[in-house]
Design a protein around this ligand. Structure first.
Ligand code: GH3
Ligand code: MG
Ligand code: MG
Ligand code: MG
Length: 292
């Protein structure tokens, strides 16, 4: 995850400069074309609401790239714009059939119809992402998103001999918050807990609300003890600073965390189960701690 909203893949000087100049309008990240595999990984690991591809840069790979994107539940909804000046009608049809939304044939300005259509697409895809993949209360990713994302990250780890760690987090004695201060305060505490996780973790540590007061955090490329360190930092912050404030005063919360490492051949459900079992240990040992 990064701050970019849209991705532009291309090396064409004019478009390159053009998209850089539009950056403030639609938060474009401009990329030189990476290798095909790098590109897929970048798209999978980031949150783009729009992808703009330069046909000339991707050459014959473009249909293959579109096929991969459209076959991936996490990516298939992202609107794709292709820059292809002077493309023969037949090839245009191929791109449209492969799911491309707009084929741009000349440079666009901020007042052009195409530009306005691109902004509309962007707004619609943000809404779609939020409705499909986010929890309405906290705005954290939802369970469906995380299960897909973890499965994808498992495949990457499998192919690249990579490391992947998963943490399960369960708020401590959360029912007491509801019972003492009411459900609305409970909601604020959940939102506060998610925001604190986000604030203290890195942007590539994706966080999902898995159930009521339970979250899952994915740590790609990191081992168990690294993940444990990150989460202990969050616990320290939760100890120091309240997560929410209400008429009743400041509210603090702690969590019990369980961390498990993916190993080659493992299903993601097994890793989650191990992390969940470690949470159980953390609860038994007095809560407010992370067990690996
Ligand atoms: P433990 O330390 O053992 O985890 O205790 P706990 O009280 O956190 O666990 P328990 O499973 O007993 O209670 C979880 C509570 O979370 C019960 C449920 O009402 C509450 N809850 C689940 N989802 C929400 C929500 O969206 N908002 C609020 N306010 N409460 C919720
Ligand atoms: Mg629970
Ligand atoms: Mg419980
Ligand atoms: Mg709990």
């Amino acid at each position: 995850m990064d701050g970019s909203t849209a991705l532009y893949v291309g090396t064409h000087e004019t478009y390159h400069q053009y998209y850089r100049s539009l950056h403030d309008e639609i938060f474009m990240q401009v990329k030189e074309s990476d290798s095909f595999q790098q590109l897929i990984e970048l798209i999978t690991r980031s949150t783009y609401y729009l992808i703009i591809l330069e046909k000339a840069t991707l050459q014959g790979n473009i249909l293959e790239l579109l096929r991969v994107i459209k076959a991936n539940m996490l990516l298939e909804w992202i609107p794709i714009i292709v820059h292809a000046p002077g493309l023969p009608a037949e090839e245009k049809n191929d791109l449209l059939l492969a799911g491309v939304e707009i084929i741009v044939e000349s440079a666009i300005r901020a007042t052009d119809e195409t530009y306005i259509r691109i902004k509309n697409l962007l707004a619609r895809s943000k809404q779609f992402e939020s409705m499909s993949f986010r929890d309405p209360l906290t705005k954290a990713y939802n369970r469906a998103y995380m299960l897909e994302r973890l499965a994808a990250e498992c495949r990457l780890a499998e192919n690249n001999s990579g490391v992947l760690t998963v943490a399960f987090i369960d708020a401590d004695r959360f029912k007491q918050v509801n019972d003492t201060y009411g459900h609305a305060v409970g909601d604020l505490v959940l939102i506060g807990l998610y925001n604190r996780l986000k604030l203290n973790l890195d942007k590539h540590h994706e966080i999902a609300r898995f159930g009521g007061e339970e979250f899952i955090v994915m740590f790609p490329g990191e081992n168990k003890s690294q993940a444990q360190n990150h989460l202990q930092r969050v616990l320290q912050s939760l100890h120091d600073v309240p997560v929410a404030e209400s008429e009743a005063g400041n509210h603090f919360i702690t969590f019990s965390g369980g961390v498990a490492e993916w190993k080659p051949g493992m299903q993601i459900s097994e890793v989650i189960k191990l992390a969940d079992e470690a949470v159980y240990d953390a609860k038994n040992r007095g809560r407010n701690q992370v067990i690996i």
